[in-house]
Design a protein around this ligand. Structure first.
Ligand code: PAF
Length: 258
Protein backbone atom coordinates (compact mmCIF):
# COMPACT_ATOMS: atom_id res chain seq x y z
CA UNK A 1 0.00 0.00 0.00
CA UNK A 2 1.06 3.56 -0.71
CA UNK A 3 -1.11 5.93 1.37
CA UNK A 4 -1.37 9.43 -0.16
CA UNK A 5 -3.47 12.55 -0.06
CA UNK A 6 -3.42 12.76 -3.86
CA UNK A 7 -2.06 15.59 -6.03
CA UNK A 8 0.44 12.94 -7.00
CA UNK A 9 3.92 13.88 -8.16
CA UNK A 10 7.11 12.12 -9.14
CA UNK A 11 7.92 11.52 -5.46
CA UNK A 12 4.72 9.50 -5.00
CA UNK A 13 5.39 7.64 -8.24
CA UNK A 14 8.78 6.57 -6.93
CA UNK A 15 7.04 5.06 -3.88
CA UNK A 16 4.58 3.27 -6.15
CA UNK A 17 7.37 1.99 -8.42
CA UNK A 18 9.30 0.64 -5.43
CA UNK A 19 6.11 -0.97 -4.10
CA UNK A 20 5.46 -2.56 -7.51
CA UNK A 21 8.98 -3.98 -7.58
CA UNK A 22 8.38 -5.67 -4.23
CA UNK A 23 4.68 -6.67 -4.43
CA UNK A 24 2.20 -8.11 -6.95
CA UNK A 25 -0.56 -5.57 -6.33
CA UNK A 26 -0.26 -2.03 -4.97
CA UNK A 27 -3.17 -0.20 -3.36
CA UNK A 28 -2.75 3.58 -3.62
CA UNK A 29 -5.10 5.42 -1.31
CA UNK A 30 -6.05 8.96 -2.24
CA UNK A 31 -7.73 10.71 0.63
CA UNK A 32 -7.31 14.24 1.95
CA UNK A 33 -7.65 13.43 5.62
CA UNK A 34 -9.46 16.31 7.40
CA UNK A 35 -8.41 15.35 10.93
CA UNK A 36 -4.70 15.86 10.30
CA UNK A 37 -5.06 19.52 9.25
CA UNK A 38 -4.69 22.08 12.02
CA UNK A 39 -5.25 24.89 9.52
CA UNK A 40 -8.66 25.18 7.86
CA UNK A 41 -7.38 27.13 4.84
CA UNK A 42 -4.67 24.56 4.22
CA UNK A 43 -7.35 21.81 4.20
CA UNK A 44 -9.65 23.77 1.88
CA UNK A 45 -6.87 24.67 -0.52
CA UNK A 46 -5.16 21.30 -0.51
CA UNK A 47 -5.06 20.30 -4.20
CA UNK A 48 -7.60 17.63 -5.20
CA UNK A 49 -6.84 16.13 -8.61
CA UNK A 50 -8.22 12.59 -8.61
CA UNK A 51 -8.61 12.29 -12.39
CA UNK A 52 -5.08 13.33 -13.22
CA UNK A 53 -3.76 11.26 -10.31
CA UNK A 54 -5.34 8.15 -11.81
CA UNK A 55 -3.92 9.01 -15.23
CA UNK A 56 -0.47 9.40 -13.74
CA UNK A 57 -0.70 6.05 -11.94
CA UNK A 58 -1.69 4.39 -15.21
CA UNK A 59 1.64 5.49 -16.70
CA UNK A 60 3.31 3.22 -14.14
CA UNK A 61 0.99 0.20 -14.37
CA UNK A 62 -2.43 -0.44 -15.89
CA UNK A 63 -2.96 -3.80 -14.21
CA UNK A 64 -1.27 -3.90 -10.82
CA UNK A 65 -2.54 -0.76 -9.10
CA UNK A 66 -5.80 -0.41 -7.19
CA UNK A 67 -6.81 3.18 -6.42
CA UNK A 68 -8.74 3.49 -3.19
CA UNK A 69 -10.37 6.92 -2.94
CA UNK A 70 -12.98 6.87 -0.15
CA UNK A 71 -15.14 9.81 0.89
CA UNK A 72 -14.82 11.45 4.31
CA UNK A 73 -18.08 9.75 5.36
CA UNK A 74 -16.88 6.31 4.20
CA UNK A 75 -14.03 6.67 6.64
CA UNK A 76 -15.41 8.71 9.54
CA UNK A 77 -19.10 7.75 9.31
CA UNK A 78 -20.39 11.20 10.24
CA UNK A 79 -18.01 11.69 13.17
CA UNK A 80 -14.95 13.42 11.73
CA UNK A 81 -12.69 13.33 14.78
CA UNK A 82 -9.42 11.63 15.47
CA UNK A 83 -8.59 9.09 18.13
CA UNK A 84 -5.91 9.84 20.74
CA UNK A 85 -2.57 8.06 20.42
CA UNK A 86 0.50 7.67 22.55
CA UNK A 87 3.59 7.50 20.36
CA UNK A 88 6.03 7.48 23.29
CA UNK A 89 6.72 11.20 23.00
CA UNK A 90 7.62 11.25 19.28
CA UNK A 91 4.38 13.18 18.71
CA UNK A 92 5.47 16.10 20.91
CA UNK A 93 8.65 16.94 18.98
CA UNK A 94 9.01 19.22 15.93
CA UNK A 95 5.81 19.07 13.85
CA UNK A 96 3.91 18.10 17.01
CA UNK A 97 4.78 21.46 18.55
CA UNK A 98 3.54 23.44 15.56
CA UNK A 99 0.65 21.32 14.26
CA UNK A 100 -1.55 20.43 17.21
CA UNK A 101 -3.45 17.18 16.82
CA UNK A 102 -1.74 16.45 13.50
CA UNK A 103 -0.31 13.07 14.47
CA UNK A 104 -3.53 11.91 16.10
CA UNK A 105 -5.15 12.58 12.72
CA UNK A 106 -2.42 10.71 10.86
CA UNK A 107 -2.54 7.80 13.32
CA UNK A 108 -6.33 7.56 13.03
CA UNK A 109 -6.38 7.40 9.26
CA UNK A 110 -3.36 5.17 8.75
CA UNK A 111 -4.60 2.66 11.35
CA UNK A 112 -8.03 2.65 9.66
CA UNK A 113 -6.46 2.12 6.22
CA UNK A 114 -4.34 -0.74 7.51
CA UNK A 115 -7.45 -2.38 8.99
CA UNK A 116 -9.37 -1.99 5.72
CA UNK A 117 -6.66 -2.78 3.17
CA UNK A 118 -4.54 -5.17 5.28
CA UNK A 119 -1.37 -4.56 3.27
CA UNK A 120 1.76 -6.69 3.71
CA UNK A 121 4.01 -3.69 3.11
CA UNK A 122 3.32 0.05 3.28
CA UNK A 123 5.56 2.75 1.79
CA UNK A 124 6.16 6.23 3.20
CA UNK A 125 8.55 9.00 2.16
CA UNK A 126 11.33 10.26 4.41
CA UNK A 127 10.34 13.86 3.73
CA UNK A 128 7.85 13.32 6.54
CA UNK A 129 10.49 11.60 8.64
CA UNK A 130 8.65 12.18 11.92
CA UNK A 131 5.49 10.71 10.39
CA UNK A 132 7.48 7.66 9.27
CA UNK A 133 8.77 7.02 12.83
CA UNK A 134 5.30 7.57 14.24
CA UNK A 135 3.75 5.08 11.84
CA UNK A 136 6.43 2.52 12.78
CA UNK A 137 5.51 3.17 16.42
CA UNK A 138 1.77 2.87 15.64
CA UNK A 139 2.27 -0.51 14.03
CA UNK A 140 4.50 -1.75 16.85
CA UNK A 141 2.18 -0.58 19.63
CA UNK A 142 -1.02 -1.86 18.03
CA UNK A 143 0.63 -5.01 16.69
CA UNK A 144 -0.54 -4.37 13.16
CA UNK A 145 0.98 -6.99 10.85
CA UNK A 146 2.44 -4.69 8.20
CA UNK A 147 6.01 -3.95 7.25
CA UNK A 148 6.70 -0.20 7.05
CA UNK A 149 9.15 0.79 4.32
CA UNK A 150 10.78 4.23 4.42
CA UNK A 151 11.81 5.72 1.05
CA UNK A 152 14.34 8.43 0.26
CA UNK A 153 13.24 12.02 -0.37
CA UNK A 154 12.63 12.76 -4.02
CA UNK A 155 13.72 16.25 -5.09
CA UNK A 156 13.04 18.60 -7.97
CA UNK A 157 16.16 19.30 -10.05
CA UNK A 158 16.68 22.52 -8.07
CA UNK A 159 16.76 20.52 -4.80
CA UNK A 160 13.30 21.40 -3.46
CA UNK A 161 11.80 18.33 -1.77
CA UNK A 162 8.80 17.16 -3.78
CA UNK A 163 5.47 17.89 -2.16
CA UNK A 164 1.88 18.30 -3.32
CA UNK A 165 1.98 21.77 -1.76
CA UNK A 166 4.70 22.85 -4.23
CA UNK A 167 2.03 23.29 -6.91
CA UNK A 168 0.58 26.13 -4.81
CA UNK A 169 3.87 28.09 -4.68
CA UNK A 170 3.80 31.40 -6.51
CA UNK A 171 6.68 31.71 -8.97
CA UNK A 172 8.86 34.03 -6.86
CA UNK A 173 8.57 31.65 -3.90
CA UNK A 174 9.28 28.68 -6.15
CA UNK A 175 12.44 30.40 -7.35
CA UNK A 176 13.52 31.13 -3.77
CA UNK A 177 12.71 27.68 -2.35
CA UNK A 178 15.94 25.80 -3.32
CA UNK A 179 17.52 27.93 -0.57
CA UNK A 180 16.02 25.47 1.94
CA UNK A 181 17.94 22.43 0.71
CA UNK A 182 21.09 24.49 0.04
CA UNK A 183 20.98 25.61 3.69
CA UNK A 184 20.47 22.03 4.88
CA UNK A 185 23.49 20.85 2.88
CA UNK A 186 25.70 23.58 4.33
CA UNK A 187 24.36 22.82 7.81
CA UNK A 188 25.41 19.18 7.30
CA UNK A 189 28.92 20.32 6.38
CA UNK A 190 29.13 22.63 9.40
CA UNK A 191 27.89 19.89 11.73
CA UNK A 192 31.16 18.03 10.99
CA UNK A 193 33.11 20.60 13.02
CA UNK A 194 30.59 22.70 14.95
CA UNK A 195 28.05 22.09 17.71
CA UNK A 196 24.34 21.73 16.96
CA UNK A 197 23.72 25.09 18.69
CA UNK A 198 26.25 26.86 16.48
CA UNK A 199 24.81 25.28 13.34
CA UNK A 200 21.27 26.26 14.40
CA UNK A 201 22.38 29.84 15.05
CA UNK A 202 23.95 29.96 11.60
CA UNK A 203 20.73 28.70 9.98
CA UNK A 204 18.61 31.19 11.96
CA UNK A 205 20.85 33.99 10.65
CA UNK A 206 20.62 32.83 7.06
CA UNK A 207 16.83 32.96 7.19
CA UNK A 208 16.75 36.23 9.14
CA UNK A 209 18.58 37.76 6.14
CA UNK A 210 16.23 36.18 3.61
CA UNK A 211 13.46 38.50 2.46
CA UNK A 212 10.98 35.87 1.23
CA UNK A 213 11.31 32.66 3.23
CA UNK A 214 10.35 32.60 6.88
CA UNK A 215 11.91 29.99 9.15
CA UNK A 216 9.50 28.28 11.54
CA UNK A 217 12.05 25.90 13.04
CA UNK A 218 15.41 24.32 12.37
CA UNK A 219 16.82 21.71 14.65
CA UNK A 220 19.21 18.81 14.78
CA UNK A 221 17.77 15.72 16.41
CA UNK A 222 18.54 12.10 17.25
CA UNK A 223 16.99 9.96 14.47
CA UNK A 224 15.48 7.52 16.97
CA UNK A 225 13.97 9.77 19.64
CA UNK A 226 13.71 13.00 17.61
CA UNK A 227 14.94 14.83 20.70
CA UNK A 228 17.12 17.83 19.85
CA UNK A 229 20.80 16.97 20.26
CA UNK A 230 22.58 18.59 23.18
CA UNK A 231 25.93 16.84 23.12
CA UNK A 232 27.04 15.05 19.94
CA UNK A 233 27.89 11.37 20.28
CA UNK A 234 29.70 9.31 17.64
CA UNK A 235 27.43 6.39 18.43
CA UNK A 236 24.25 8.23 17.43
CA UNK A 237 22.74 9.19 14.12
CA UNK A 238 21.41 12.69 13.61
CA UNK A 239 19.23 14.52 11.14
CA UNK A 240 18.55 18.18 10.60
CA UNK A 241 14.88 19.14 10.28
CA UNK A 242 13.42 22.34 8.94
CA UNK A 243 10.02 23.98 8.44
CA UNK A 244 9.74 27.17 6.38
CA UNK A 245 6.92 29.40 5.24
CA UNK A 246 7.01 30.51 1.62
CA UNK A 247 4.15 33.01 1.84
CA UNK A 248 1.25 30.95 3.17
CA UNK A 249 2.72 27.63 2.02
CA UNK A 250 4.48 25.62 4.68
CA UNK A 251 7.40 23.52 3.44
CA UNK A 252 9.30 20.90 5.42
CA UNK A 253 12.52 19.08 4.66
CA UNK A 254 15.28 17.14 6.39
CA UNK A 255 18.73 15.74 5.79
CA UNK A 256 20.81 12.92 7.31
CA UNK A 257 23.91 14.38 8.95
CA UNK A 258 26.11 11.39 9.72
O1 PAF B 1 1.86 11.67 4.09
C1 PAF B 1 0.68 11.81 3.73
O2 PAF B 1 0.37 12.08 2.58
C2 PAF B 1 -0.43 11.62 4.77
O3 PAF B 1 -0.03 12.09 6.01
C3 PAF B 1 -0.93 10.17 4.87
C4 PAF B 1 0.14 9.23 5.37
C5 PAF B 1 -1.43 9.70 3.52
C6 PAF B 1 -2.10 10.08 5.85
O4 PAF B 1 -3.17 10.89 5.47
Amino acid sequence: MVPTMGALHEGHLQLVIKALEENDIVVVSIFVNPTQFDNKTDLEKYPRTLESDVKLLKTVSKTQIIVYAPTVDDIYEGNTVSKRFDFDGLEFEMEGKFRHGHFDGVGTIVKRFFEIVKPHNAYFGEKDFQQLLIIKKLVEKHQIPVNIVGCKIHRETNGLAMSSRNTRLESHYKKASPFIYETLKTAREKFGTKSATKVSEWVDNQFAKHDLLELEYFLIADVETLKPVKRKSNKKKYRAFIAVYAGEIRLIDNIALN
